[in-house]
Design a protein around this ligand. Structure first.
Ligand code: F0G
Length: 350
C-alpha cells in the first residue's frame, strides 16, 4: 500500500475534511541506530537518530505544515504566511504550491541557509527579507495574518504542533515503547512541546509504557530559555535556531519540568564538532542546528548523566544539504592534481 502521509495514517488525531488534505506523503522517517559514534566516543547508551531530514522538503516542518495547510485550505484561506529561519518557509512554500495557495514568507536578511531560500523560491513563494532577526520577522507576519484571507503557519498555529506530534508516535511504534531520553534542538521551542504531547498521547492510550525525559538544547549565543531573558541579538552558526524570543518559551519550560528533563545550551564549537562526527562516523549528514541534539548527548555523557544501556533518541531535524556553505566551510578544500592516478596515489596513505 502507498504510504499516505501523517494525516491519513493518524486520522483520529488529525481531523480535517478528506477533500482538504494537502500532503507530500511526509513522515514515516527512519529511526537509525548509531554504531560508530557511540563506539568511538564510548557512549554507554543505545543511541538512535530520528532522520527528519528525510521528509519531502528535508526537515521536520513538513509534519506540521501538512496539517496547518490542510486546515487553512479547509477554512478557505487564500494565503499562508510565516516568519522563518528557513525550514518553515521551505515547507510552507511547498505545501502551499500543492494546495494552490499563495505562500508569503518573511526571513532575516542574510541569515537563511542557501538551500532553504532556494526551496522557498522554486516553490513560488513571495519571499520578503527584513533587516533584523527571526523575532522581528515574526512580529511582521503576526500583523499581516490579521488580514481575513491570510493565515499564520508558524508554530503559534496549534495545527503545526498537532502534526509534529506524529514523530513521537512513530518512535514509539519503532521501539515498541518511548525511549528513556529524547534529545532535541530548541529554537522557537515548538518541536519539544509537540514531541512531549505525542509521547503523552500514546502513553495515555497504553501504546507506550513509559515517558521520556525531554532534553532540549539551544545554541549558546541564542539561549534565551537557558539564560532566562530575551536575547536581543542572537548569534550562532546554527542559523535554524538563531532565535532570541521563542514563541513557545513557557510551554517548553513546562515540558522540561513535567518530563523531569531540562533545556541547556551547547556552544557553536560543540555543535560543529557533533555535526562532523555524525557525518564521518555514522554516515548521516544533518544541518548544524540538528547536531545540537548530538552535541548535547556527547556533553551529558561526559558528565556521566546516562544510566547504562539507556535508550536515547536524538531528533536530527533537517538535512545537511540545506546548508551547503557550512559543510564546505568546515571541510578541507579539494586537492588539485593533474589528471593522473599516480599523483593521486602519492598523496594518500592506504
Ligand atoms: N532544527 C531545525 C533544522 C529547525 O529549522 C528548527 C526551527 C529547529 C531545529 C527548532 O525547532 O523552533 O520547534 O524549537 N526552525 C524554524 C524555522 C524556526 O523557521 O524554520 P523549534
Amino acid at each position: 500500500m502507498l504510504y499516505p502521509g501523517i494525516i491519513r495514517k493518524y486520522r483520529d488525531d488529525l481531523p480535517v475534511a478528506e477533500s482538504s488534505i494537502v500532503t507530500l506523503h511526509e513522515g514515516n522517517t527512519p529511526l537509525f541506530q548509531s554504531i560508530r559514534l557511540v563506539k568511538e566516543l564510548n557512549l554507554p547508551i543505545q543511541l538512535y537518530y530520528k532522520l527528519e531530514g528525510l521528509n519531502p522538503t528535508g526537515s521536520f516542518k513538513d509534519r506540521g505544515m501538512t496539517y496547518a495547510v490542510s486546515k487553512a485550505h479547509e477554512a478557505g484561506f487564500r494565503a499562508v504566511i510565516c516568519a522563518s529561519t528557513g525550514n518553515t518557509s521551505a515547507a510552507a512554500a511547498a505545501y502551499a504550491s500543492r494546495a494552490g495557495m499563495l505562500a508569503l514568507v518573511v526571513i532575516p536578511k542574510g541569515k537563511v541557509a542557501r538551500g532553504k531560500l532556494a526551496q522557498a523560491q522554486i516553490h513560488g513563494a513571495k519571499v520578503f527579507q527584513v533587516d533584523g532577526n527571526f523575532d522581528a520577522a515574526l512580529n511582521v507576519v503576526k500583523e499581516v495574518a490579521e488580514h481575513p484571507k491570510v493565515t499564520l503557519v508558524n508554530s503559534i498555529n496549534p495545527h503545526r504542533l498537532m502534526g509534529q506530534q506524529s514523530a513521537a508516535f512513530e518512535i514509539v511504534e519503532s521501539l515498541g515503547d518511548a525511549p528513556d531520553y529524547h534529545f532535541i534542538p530548541v529554537g522557537n521551542a515548538g518541536n519539544i512541546v509537540a514531541y512531549w504531547r505525542g509521547y503523552k498521547a500514546f502513553h495515555e492510550k497504553g501504546l507506550a509504557k513509559k515517558l521520556p525525559q525531554m532534553c532540549g538544547f539551544q545554541a549558546a549565543g541564542s539561549a534565551p530559555i537557558v539564560e532566562g531573558h530575551i536575547i536581543e541579538h542572537p548569534e550562532t552558526v546554527a542559523t535554524a535556531i538563531r532565535i532570541g524570543n521563542p514563541a513557545n518559551w513557557k510551554a517548553a519550560e513546562e515540558v522540561a519540568i513535567e518530563s523531569q528533563g531540562f533545556i541547556k545550551a551547547v556552544t557553536d564549537e560543540e555543535i560543529l564538532s557533533a555535526y562532523k562526527q555524525v557525518a564521518q562516523l555514522d554516515g548521516y549528514f544533518c544541518e548544524p542546528a540538528s547536531a545540537a541534539s548530538i552535541a548535547g548527548v556527547i556533553k551529558m555523557a561526559e558528565q556521566g548523566f546516562f544510566k547504562k544501556n539507556a535508550s536515547v533518541v536524538c531528533t536530527l531535524t533537517g538535512h545537511g544539504l540545506k546548508d551547503p556553505d557550512q559543510a564546505i566551510e568546515q571541510s578541507p578544500a579539494p586537492i588539485h592534481i593533474s589528471a593522473s592516478s599516480e599523483e593521486l596515489l602519492k598523496l594518500i596513505k592506504l
